[in-house]
Design a protein around this ligand. Structure first.
Ligand SMILES: Nc1nc2c(c(=O)[nH]1)N[C@H]1C(S)=C(S)[C@@H](COP(=O)(O)OP(=O)(O)OC[C@H]3O[C@@H](n4cnc5c(=O)[nH]c(N)nc54)[C@H](O)[C@@H]3O)O[C@H]1N2
Ligand SMILES: Nc1nc2c(c(=O)[nH]1)N[C@H]1C(S)=C(S)[C@@H](COP(=O)(O)OP(=O)(O)OC[C@H]3O[C@@H](n4cnc5c(=O)[nH]c(N)nc54)[C@H](O)[C@@H]3O)O[C@H]1N2
Ligand code: SF4
Ligand SMILES: [Mo]
Length: 758
């Protein structure tokens, strides 16, 4: 008899609830579940992905059994082996490498929030390696670091009908977040009570529904923010009582922003002084809110100063922990990510071995993390450690290349495709190919999996419970139960790390036999049972405001969990570790050397500002390019430019341009859109699942992959966190119209299944 099971889609971070019809352990039908968080008919109507769930569950190109390389690395000759053999061999190699070198010899590499990463982090902490690389420095961390240093915890925009002005800063939810937030933004735009301002070099679908679009020159956001502060302070539009009571360093900030008048920054920002003044005045109408994204998370040296002006704008206007402005989040009542990661158990070893020491003092166990964690624990809060201390990819690659503090000889890659999504594809390929051991956990043979020694088949959504807690920086978690046991011999990522951990001497560290048991244990302190959570799909508490005013047992208001107990507009701490007290704009992150520019100019190339990776439905980074209906509709990677830029290049819609930097080159199709001039925006995540995924093609990673052009060096990076740039870069561009052969072979014919699973 078929049964109905409540479960979740996991094709984006939204985790919609579904009712799965399950017969003999197989999901045979799927329907949206209107009873569970975050059900929204319009979101589902606008979602192109959810119907893929059944295809993906039993996809012919999924990896279903552990496989081991038997030929040359990358040659595509695999042998199916048992789980015991795979895990025994991997554990024994890891143990051997650890005794030969040190426990930092193994690295992990992770990507976006596709799964719960804490089991991998626990494995690595207990193994004794600090070397987790991922997206931290360019996604999430800058905002978290800045919020925590300024407010003593993280904040979230609190957008209500009272919000007077909403600044949408370097984010395009129309493509990146087809969810309730995008719906409510549409509603707000229609109702017209809120002035919606989009700050973006491109005229995005979000900009189209906004009241004001500020077409900012890439990377100049910090200047714009400083000029807004200038106007708000000069015209006395700030909340003087709040500033007096709760803000530390206001006078210094006021002096600092004096020289950043709108007139002084207008040209660099590409926005008129009067428009800057108008937006600043509009923002000063209380309450107003800011939502920010990747556009300002990935601007290299400017990332920290830009986030600091974002924080300062909210603070001096008194919008912190206030409805319609920003809510100061609560720490989790459920077991903290920090505890799940087991980082503190081995903190000294991790601190001693981290490669970041001497380079990025904030993004570091013994420095920035220890400093904020001391403040947090005094306030009864716990920040996750492993994301916020993740190793800088340049330092990791250097260690893999044999030029680091000590050698890194092995890597475990979970839920990421670094040959496409990490900067500098040529360098990453060479470094991974040179390792003694490369283990990849994925659903597919991606280009990265193609060069592995072992590929371990991960169970995906519906085959495992979901527990999305965003590192526990909010008292909010959502997800639900698995619909079925993993198909074939797939395993949950948790099971894989637990079994590997036990083989590496970590038996005590893994008390829960299954991921579901571990999730139920994590949830227990909330008082909500696992069954109830699975039924309703979320655990959340009602937000409370003005928490800084709450009087504690000592009879004093609780304030903010910073060194001064106030909101820190200036940071003596950042200054003490070699940063700046105040937000000072940084430089840019050029990819092209002068010689290269000169040479390519002689060949008819034009030097342009480069932006990369703005999200587009229906793809997600390097995922879903293997889904034939998507490819048929969205077959090509695009390079967007303004009409004037196209004219300058002699380009027309549909032409093929070659984009080049010292690192490499790639080709894309021209699309003409309203955006700032003399800049080009390139899609990211592109590879070609229709091409052979093994050497020498590697699934076409050198055809249309923008990360063959990028770089993650420390020079020009933000010095405290180490953020490199994916926006405000530069490249050389020319119309070449040399269509790669693969672009005409669009039918995604995937014949990997026989080879990998036989
Ligand atoms: N140039 C440029 N580069 C960028 C960016 C940019 O804007 N421009 N953006 C950066 C950002 S913000 C991010 S988050 C990263 C994203 O980078 P990645 O996370 O590396 O990108 P994805 O293509 O989503 O890779 C996910 C891989 O994980 C697999 N996977 C999915 N779910 C699971 C799971 O549950 N378990 C396991 N084991 N595997 C799973 C998928 O099959 C896929 O191969 O890219 C970064 N790189
Ligand atoms: N469809 C889809 N959705 C996704 C993802 C995906 O790969 N595909 N990835 C997920 C992930 S991992 C992430 S991190 C989020 C990211 O989600 P968002 O933060 O919304 O990122 P984008 O959609 O790329 O929007 C960033 C915007 O910043 C603009 N921008 C570029 N440079 C600058 C600059 O210098 N200043 C300013 N002010 N703006 C600039 C770009 O033009 C772009 O419109 O999306 C998530 N959602
Ligand atoms: S892809 Fe995202 S929005 Fe679409 S159904 Fe899945 S979780 Fe919901
Ligand atoms: Mo991301």
């Amino acid at each position: 008899m078929p049964e109905i099971k409540k479960t979740n889609c996991h094709f984006c971070g939204y985790l919609c609830g579904f009712n799965a019809t399950v017969e003999e352990g197989r999901v045979i039908a799927l329907e949206p579940d209107p009873t569970r968080y975050p059900y929204d008919t319009q979101t589902l109507a606008g979602c192109q992905r959810w119907r893929m769930n059944l295809d993906v569950l039993d996809g012919i190109d999924r990896v279903n059994y552990p496989i081991k390389r038997i030929g040359e690395r990358g040659s595509g000759t695999w042998k199916r082996i048992s789980w015991d053999q795979a895990l025994d061999e991997i554990a024994s190699k890891l143990n051997e490498l650890r005794s030969q070198y040190n426990s930092g010899v193994v690295a992990s590499m992770i990507g976006g929030p596709h799964t719960s990463f804490w089991p991998l982090h626990r494995f690595m902490s207990l193994f004794g390696s600090p070397n987790n690389a991922g997206i931290g420095q360019i996604c999430w961390n800058p905002r978290i670091w800045c919020d925590v240093l300024t407010f003593g915890w993280t904040i979230e925009p609190d957008i209500t009908t009272d919000t007077k002005t909403l600044i949408v800063w370097g984010t395009n939810p129309a493509e990146s977040d087809n969810s309730a937030f995008w719906r409510s933004l549409n509603r707000m735009a229609k109702e017209g009570n809120t002035h919606v301002v989009v700050i973006d070099p491109r005229f995005t679908r979000t900009a189209r529904i906004a009241d004001t679009w500020l077409p900012i020159a890439p990377g100049s956001d910090c200047l714009l923010g400083l000029a807004m502060l200038h106007v708000i302070i000069e015209e006395g539009l700030y909340d003087a009582a709040f500033v007096e009571r709760w803000c530390f360093g206001f006078d210094e900030l006021a002096t600092h922003v004096q020289s950043y008048s709108p007139e002084n920054v207008a040209e660099q920002c590409g926005i008129s002084a009067s428009q800057i003044r108008d937006v600043a005045r509009s923002f000063a109408q209380a309450p107003s809110a800011i939502i920010s994204g990747r556009g300002i998370d990935q601007i290299g040296a400017n990332v920290l100063p830009t986030h600091r002006v974002r924080c300062a704008l909210l603070a001096i206007c008194g919008y912190i922990d206030r409805p319609g402005g920003a809510s100061l989040l609560e720490t989790s009542t459920f077991v903290s990510e920090l505890s799940l990661e087991s980082t503190l158990q081995n903190f000294e070893t991790l601190s001693d071995l981290t490669l970041n020491t001497g380079y990025t003092p904030l993004q570091n166990y013994g420095e920035g993390y220890s400093h904020v964690q001391a403040l947090m624990s005094a306030a009864g809060k716990e920040l996750p450690a492993r994301y916020l201390t993740s190793v800088h990819p340049h330092l990791l690659l250097e260690a893999m290349e044999g030029n680091g503090k000590y050698p890194v000889r092995a890597a475990i890659v979970e839920a990421t495709n670094p040959l496409v999504t990490y900067a500098d594809t040529h360098r990453v390929l060479k470094a991974l190919q040179g390792l003694d051991l490369l283990v990849v956990l994925d659903y597919y043979i991606t280009p990265t999996a193609a060069i592995a020694d072992y590929v371990l088949p991960s169970a995906g959504a519906m085959e495992r419970p979901t527990f999305q807690a965003h590192g526990g920086v909010a008292n909010f978690v959502y997800g639900g139960a698995a619909a079925c046991a993993p198909y074939y011999e797939r395993k949950t990522d948790y099971d894989i790390f637990r079994e590997l951990g036990i083989r590496c001497g970590q038996a005590d560290g893994w008390p829960h036999e299954t991921f579901e048991d571990a999730c139920a244990y994590t949830l227990a302190p909330t008082g909500m049972s696992w069954d109830v959570y699975c039924e309703v799909g979320a655990y959340a508490t009602t937000p409370e405001y003005f928490k800084h005013e709450r009087v504690g047992v000592d009879g004093k208001p609780q304030g903010f969990a910073t060194s001064t107990g106030m909101i820190e507009l200036v940071s003596p701490y950042l200054e003490s570790i070699g940063g700046t007290r105040l937000p000072i704009p940084g430089g840019n992150y050029p990819l092209c050397s002068e010689n290269f520019i000169k040479q390519r100019k002689q060949d008819g190339f034009t030097h342009l500002t480069l932006l990369t990776g703005s999200r587009k439905q229906p793809y997600n980074a390097s995922m879903y390019l293997n889904h034939p209906p998507f490819r048929a509709r969205y077959p090509f990677p695009e390079a967007e430019m303004s009409e004037a830029t196209a004219e300058r290049l002699g380009a027309q819609t549909g032409d093929i341009v070659t984009l080049a930097t010292d690192q490499g080159e790639t080709r894309m199709r021209v699309a003409i859109i309203p955006m700032v001039d003399n800049a080009i925006h390139a899609d990211y995540g592109w590879w070609h699942p229709e091409l052979p995924v093994h050497a020498p093609d590697f699934g076409g990673i050198f055809e249309s992959n923008i990360n063959t052009l990028t770089r993650c060096s420390l020079e020009n990076a933000e010095p405290m966190i180490g953020t490199w740039a994916y926006n405000n870069l530069d490249c050389m561009v020319k119309v070449t119209n040399d269509e790669p052969l693969t672009w005409t072979a669009l039918t995604t014919k995937i014949d990997l299944a026989d080879r990998i699973n036989s």
